[in-house]
Design a protein around this ligand. Structure first.
Ligand code: 5GP
Ligand code: ZN
Length: 114
């Protein structure tokens, strides 16, 4: 998607602080971090939201979670705990319409979220 900022980040047209990459997944630090660790984990395939997922995307979405586990482990947060969240739609706070898992760690995270 030519007008998608996360596709531009994957392509390197917009700079980012990359923390992980494989054939299907790209992960980078959130520009406006809400925790000591705040990483966005995205598929290289452009998918606008959870509402746009198809059965063919199941493996891709699973890989986002495996990347979250790897990043949390590699950064030393796996044992203390971390949160992964994907907002869907404007009412949930989605502002970038290329699906992304937020990985948050390094502070006590309250529940329920606001
Ligand atoms: P959403 O609100 O859609 O769930 O999350 C979008 C996230 O993307 C926000 O946390 C925001 O800070 C982050 N973000 C938006 N634009 C950029 C950018 O250009 N670079 C990076 N690293 N993060 C961004
Ligand atoms: Zn995109």
């Amino acid at each position: 998607m030519s007008n998608c900022i996360f596709c531009k980040i994957i392509d390197g047209d917009i700079p980012s602080q990359k923390v992980y990459e494989d054939d299907d997944v790209f992960a980078f630090k959130d520009l406006n971090a809400q925790a000591p660790l705040h990483v966005l984990i995205i598929p290289k395939k452009h998918i606008s939201s959870i509402n746009a997922l198809t059965a063919d995307d199941a493996e891709t979405v699973g890989k986002l979670y495996l990347a979250a586990k790897k990043i949390a482990t590699d950064t030393g947060y796996a044992d203390d705990g971390y949160r992964v969240v994907m907002n869907c739609g404007e009412a949930a706070g989605q502002t970038v319409f290329h699906i992304h898992l937020h990985l948050l760690a390094g502070r006590s995270l309250s529940w329920p979220p606001g």
